[in-house]
Design a binder for this molecule. Structure first.
Ligand code: SF4
Length: 242
């Protein structure tokens, strides 16, 4: 974002130096989410201790959640950290308007939560980390029962490839190759080599310069773990070529 404003290629910068020291036009720059700025009036009015007293020990304060149109009452809700996910789904959102098999929570790099885990999670960082998911910015995108998880992964990886800034090769090449493999398996008799795909996800996680390439394997791994039966026909241990 800073590079874009400066008229340069929109690439991620190596940190340090952090924007707070050297940001826009090399001046100290504070980059905050709107969600963070939105709680400032409450803190000014009630003081920091009152905000810190909300939520759990490690995840203090509140969280904004956006519920998509598969909820009876879609919209943006603010909840205290530690609120059960089931309360968000059933009470605030009013439940689903059609059968849902997974929730993609926290943005494209967030985890893919199977519907049967809704009762196990609470809206805080510890709960999501502990379950192998990511709270992220807490957007909730529903995947209907009738929607193919494979097609979802194809679209997800397409997004990752298109949005890659191209600065580091694990992400620039890895997201593109992963998308090609998923697309080919979804539309032809091509089967993805399980070990090769696992290697690619590992390289993305370990070798990417920022959270974009490093984070995209999480929902894919969640899908492979929780929807193994549905995804199994698209994978093979025997090598084939795109
Ligand atoms: S991980 Fe992707 S988005 Fe991040 S620096 Fe590398 S190429 Fe750019």
């Amino acid at each position: 974002m800073i590079s874009s404003i400066e008229g340069q290629r929109p690439e991620v910068r190596v940190r340090p130096p952090f924007p707070a020291e050297k940001g826009l036009f090399n001046k100290p720059t504070i980059v905050n989410n709107v969600e963070t700025l939105a709680v400032v009036p409450f803190i000014i009015k009630n003081e920091g201790a009152a905000y810190a007293a909300l939520g759990t020990e490690k995840s203090s304060g509140t969280k904004l959640l956006s519920l998509d149109s598969y909820f009876e009452r879609p919209g943006v809700y603010e909840v205290e950290m530690g609120t059960p996910l089931s309360v968000v789904v059933n009470e605030l959102g009013g439940g689903f308007n059609e059968p849902i098999k997974a929730l993609h929570i926290g943005g494209p790099l967030g985890g893919l939560v199977p519907a049967d885990k809704i009762d196990e999670l609470t809206i805080d960082f510890e709960s999501f980390d502990g379950g192998g998911f990511l709270l992220g910015h807490a957007s909730v995108v529903c995947i209907p029962e009738k929607f193919s998880i494979m097609t979802y992964l194809v679209e997800l990886m397409h997004f990752a490839a298109v949005e890659s800034c191209g600065k580091c090769f694990p992400c620039r090449l890895g997201t593109k190759r992963a998308h090609e493999m998923l697309e080919a398996a979804n539309t032809s008799s091509y089967r993805i080599d399980t070990d090769l795909f696992d290697d690619l996800l590992h390289t993305l996680t370990e070798g990417s310069l920022c959270a974009h390439g490093g984070g995209i394997p999480l929902p894919v791994r969640n899908a492979l773990q929780y929807f193994e039966e549905e995804l199994d026909p698209y994978f093979s241990r025997e090598i084939s070529h795109v």
